[in-house]
Design a protein around this ligand. Structure first.
Ligand SMILES: C[S@@+](CC[C@H](N)C(=O)[O-])C[C@H]1O[C@@H](n2cnc3c(N)ncnc32)[C@H](O)[C@@H]1O
Length: 308
């Protein structure tokens, strides 16, 4: 199985600005790449690592235990971050990290159904214990209009109508490869000849819908901003334009006064009266070397906001 190489690792740790006695939250434990580095920097501090995937919890715990005991794993969805921390008696923190999306091991296990590269059941749930909505249910039970909207909204798929129509005509569709062949049938040959996999957009769209990713991120980010101590930071690594849009909108809302929304093209800055500031206006991107070594990082962007 492919190893999960953490994306923008040095940059995200640097911008979390870790104090050795601080309290930090990693909302996306995964294989503990980022959590491990945070934990190594703590002396009297504490790390809370969240994940909704039981395999991530098992493997992440094993990895962190080898570093120190200054961590607590919280199993669940980061949409409940405030409540999960409150249960631990924590109401404010020094830094919160999100490394969004699916981890390489999730992608690489055919049975999870995330990947168009492996044949498996149409599942795509990160949280198999609590989420009853699978990709199979969407593909086999939703109306053509609902499917079209999902593919359009979450995959930016120009051929959403044709794919949705063929899905309805090809039911039942049980496996990832069956879905891939329906998608291929629905696309013009010039698109099929492109380097990008023809099923990429549809699979992304289904995954986002199955895991309710956008609404979850929006709500969680707002909670995170309200959990920060002064000088505390939220650091987010995004992988596609929909995630970027959610982060950008919330960060704007919390850093810009109303007039700045309208005057944002002025050549000079107006001091904002808001409680938060952006560390840099445009997100950071990985270096060429990182992209060469880890293909998963090619679309990654790092966003940082600080409580004043
Ligand atoms: C890209 S991986 C994180 C990788 C990790 N930073 C590392 O270096 O190993 C994203 C992880 O976040 C988890 N995840 C995604 N959305 C989540 C959510 N809403 N709540 C909890 N965990 C989530 C996924 O299950 C996955 O394990």
């Amino acid at each position: 199985m492919e190893k999960h190489i953490p994306v923008l690792l040095n940059e995200s740790i640097e911008y979390l600005n870790i104090k050795d006695n601080g309290i930090y939250v990693d909302c996306t434990l995964g294989r503990a790449g980022h959590s491990s580095e945070i934990l190594k920097k703590l002396k009297d501090g504490k790390l809370f690592s969240i994940d909704q995937d039981e395999t991530a919890i098992l493997e992440g715990t094993e990895k962190l235990t080898k570093i120190s005991n200054d961590f607590k794993i919280l199993e669940g969805n980061f949409v409940n971050i405030s409540a999960m921390l409150a249960m631990q008696g924590i109401f404010e923190v020094d830094g919160i990290l999100y490394d969004l999306g699916v981890s390489s091991p999730q992608f690489d296990v055919a049975e999870r159904g995330f990947s168009y590269r492996f044949d498996g059941p149409l599942d795509m749930r990160m949280d198999r214990a609590n989420n009853s909505l699978t990709a199979h249910k969407i593909v086999n039970e939703y109306t053509q209009e609902e499917l079209e909207q999902i593919l359009w909204n979450y995959g930016d798929e120009k051929f959403a109508r044709s794919i949705a129509k063929n899905i309805i005509l090809s039911r039942p569709i049980n496996t990832t490869f069956e879905l891939v062949s329906v998608i291929k049938k629905s696309l013009p040959s010039k698109i099929l000849k492109q380097q990008k996999h023809p099923a990429k957009k549809t699979f992304q769209a289904l995954r986002i819908r199955v895991n309710n990713e956008m609404e979850t991120l929006e709500s969680s980010l707002e909670q995170s901003l309200n959990l920060l101590k002064p000088k505390g930071r939220v650091v987010v690594i995004t992988f596609h334009s929909l995630e970027e849009k959610v982060v950008k909108n919330i960060f704007k809302k919390y850093t810009l006064d109303e007039q700045q929304f309208y005057l944002s093209n002025l050549p000079y800055e107006i001091e904002s009266s808001k409680d938060f500031k952006l560390l840099f206006k445009k997100p950071l991107k990985p270096t060429n070397t990182e992209v060469e070594n880890n293909n998963r990082s090619h679309s990654a962007k790092l966003w940082v906001i600080e409580k004043k």
